[in-house]
Design a protein around this ligand. Structure first.
Ligand SMILES: Nc1ncnc2c1ncn2[C@@H]1O[C@H](COP(=O)(O)OP(=O)(O)OP(=O)(O)O)[C@@H](O)[C@H]1O
Ligand SMILES: [Mg+2]
Length: 182
């Protein structure tokens, strides 16, 4: 996988499979501290300790459609390649938090990728869920909240071209303001 944004999609996919209603995505860039943190928190079914311990093993999955489960193992590998880690905190019936830490300036650290398209895809594709996205960089922060998006465009479908256009513009300008390129 080329970009961290694709890993984000994967981890959010896990949350959706776990029947989450609310998903909070946090990207924290701290170049001066040589650290990039991605945190994805959900209120889905959670995992017991045995499952959460095995979750980053590529040969572990609770899927029945195939025998490997790669989402977490791939993000763990991407983090480890930079000297970072992935931490999974989960409680059965409560939810899960996945925190991936990367060494910001490490030569093998994948680029973040296109967060504008990633978030547009996630929000428009999961209109029934409460998804939030917070991006922080060196003390500045941008927040996009799926709930306020729905309130703003109350009577309209999220797939209305005007809504999509507004969303892309908000992401683009908001990220630019904190010094992040889409
Ligand atoms: N947010 C989550 N909530 C509850 N369980 C989870 C969550 N994320 C992962 N898991 C558990 O960990 C397992 C491994 O996740 P992983 O993403 O690595 O593989 P997968 O989702 O099974 O398959 P793939 O990602 O390749 O489609 C899952 O099968 C699931 O049991
Ligand atoms: Mg997965």
């Amino acid at each position: 996988m080329e970009d961290l944004s694709l890993h984000i999609l994967d981890i959010v996919e896990n949350a959706i499979s776990a029947k989450a209603k609310r998903i909070d995505i946090l990207v924290m860039e701290e170049p001066k501290e040589d650290r990039l943190v991605i945190e994805i928190k959900d209120d889905g079914i959670g995992m017991d300790e045995a499952v959460s311990r095995k979750a980053t093993d590529p040969f572990f999955t609770t899927r029945t459609s195939r025998r490997v489960g790669l989402g977490l193992s791939l993000i763990a590998q991407a983090a480890q390649e930079t000297g970072g880690t992935v931490r999974i905190e989960s409680e059965l019936g409560k939810g899960t938090k996945v925190t991936a830490t990367f060494q910001y300036h490490h030569i093998d650290r994948k680029p973040l990728g296109n967060m504008i398209e990633t978030m547009t895809t996630l929000l428009l594709g999961n209109a029934g869920l409460d998804i939030s996205y917070t991006h922080q960089k060196e003390g500045k922060s941008y927040v996009l909240n799926g709930r306020s998006l729905k309130e703003r465009f109350k009577d309209r479908s999220l797939t209305d071209p005007e809504v999509i256009q507004w969303l892309r513009k908000d992401l683009k300008e908001g990220l630019a303001q904190i010094g992040v390129q889409g």
